[in-house]
Ligand binder design. Structure first.
Ligand code: DXP
Length: 259
């Protein structure tokens, strides 16, 4: 039986989304995308010319194969984010947007107030909104009530490769979610992606780990397997953590009885 990820009524086999920044070459990016099995690929609106099909990056992304998810990376407030999303739609992109509002260039942490404000506007305008947020369960609820198609809480700040540092808050978001939860940012190793999936995330988004790998294609394949393994582990039902040891084999009834 297939285990599909469904976002806003659209289904995907892959639970790994991939970002397109920081790759050393277009061929490295294509190798990573293909090996990852991703079906959703995010592109920073500030880095591409959507009106130009020959744009170096866009020309390398097969839009029959991948859903192009424009992101508002670089937007510092709601107004800038909304403007970027509208530009993407005007240029012929599907009305899906990865909403990112990051006023602070040092930590790139998302602004919760401006993100919610932008999400409310974009949902009203008919966009399918996938907001990047800190791992804040209260904000995640507000965004879902506003009509976002997912929530995308961070594992760690963008580009840090530090893994699932927000585990406890992610668990609450996942427990309460009524839309898919996509753990986005900071996942620097395949094991990080597996951990997020084992926790019950519906999908993950990865960019830096693939882009900076010595072999981005091989890393794409490794993340693909990790996401699948994490998902399978989650569905199989993981055992609960315990503080006290519990023997896996009987501890009585042998050796001493033979005296
Ligand atoms: C590409 C994208 O949409 C970002 O949110 C982010 O870049 C992903 O995080 P990492 O680069 O840390 O994987």
């Amino acid at each position: 039986m297939s285990d599909l990820l469904t976002i806003a009524g659209r289904s995907f086999r892959s639970r790994l989304m991939v970002g397109t920044g920081k790759f050393s070459s277009s061929s490295a990016m294509v190798a990573a995308l293909e090996a990852s099995g991703a079906e959703i690929v995010t592109v920073a609106l500030r880095r591409v010319d959507l009106h130009n099909p020959q744009d170096d990056m866009l020309a390398h992304i097969d839009r029959q194969k991948y859903l192009l998810l424009p992101n508002t990376s670089g937007a510092r407030d709601a107004e800038e984010a909304v403007r970027l999303a509208r530009l993407a739609r005007a240029a012929g992109c599907e009305p899906w947007v990865k909403l990112e509002v990051t006023p602070d260039p040092y930590y790139l942490l998302p602004d919760p107030v401006e993100t919610l404000k932008a999400a409310e506007i974009l949902v009203r305008e008919g966009f399918t909104v996938l907001p990047y947020i800190n791992a804040d369960p209260v904000l995640a609820k507000h965004l879902q009530e506003a009509g976002t198609a997912t929530v995308m809480p961070l594992g760690a700040p963008i580009g840090t490769n530090r893994g699932v540092r927000t585990r406890d808050q992610l668990a609450i978001i996942i427990e309460q979610a009524i839309v898919p939860v996509v753990v986005d940012a900071g996942l620097g190793a395949p094991s990080h992606a597996a951990e997020a999936m084992e926790l019950g995330a519906d999908a993950v988004l990865v960019n830096t780990a693939l882009a900076v790998a010595r072999d981005p294609g091989a890393m794409g394949a490794a993340f693909r397997k990790a996401v699948e393994a994490g998902r399978e582990g989650y569905l199989a039902g993981l055992g609960e953590e315990r503080s006290q040891a519990e023997a896996s084999s009987p501890l009585t009834g042998f050796l001493r009885n033979e005296d």
